[in-house]
Structures are given as structure tokens and as C-alpha cells.
Design a protein around this ligand. Sequence first.
Ligand code: ZN
Length: 63
Amino acid sequence: MLDKKLLEILACPICKGDLRYEKDQQELICLPDKLAFPVRDAVPVMLSEEARHIGPDEEERYR
Ligand SMILES: [Zn+2]
């Protein structure tokens, strides 16, 4: 589980925008960049190399 305060200070490393926390997937989503950053053992991995690209269907779901 991610700490709420931590979540508030986290921003996308690329666009510096807000991230959306998907608890079930343990991922932090940046919609403008269409990237999902993994959260491993409650530690967000804010590296674009580690991020997963999200498809149009998934993007729609997060809107
Ligand atoms: Zn971004």
C-alpha cells in the first residue's frame, strides 16, 4: 500500500504531471504520456525505462 502523502508528492518524471494510482495493479499511471510506472514492494519505480506503455482501451478506462 502506498502512503497517501508520498502519493501526493509523486509526479511523472517526464511531464511532471499528476499520476493516477491503480491499487489493484500496483501501478502509477500518467495519462498524457500513456505510461504505467510499477510499484514494487510499496516503492514507486519512477523510471521511464521501467514503465509500461498503456494501450487505447486501457487509457479509456482511466479517464
Ligand atoms: Zn507524464
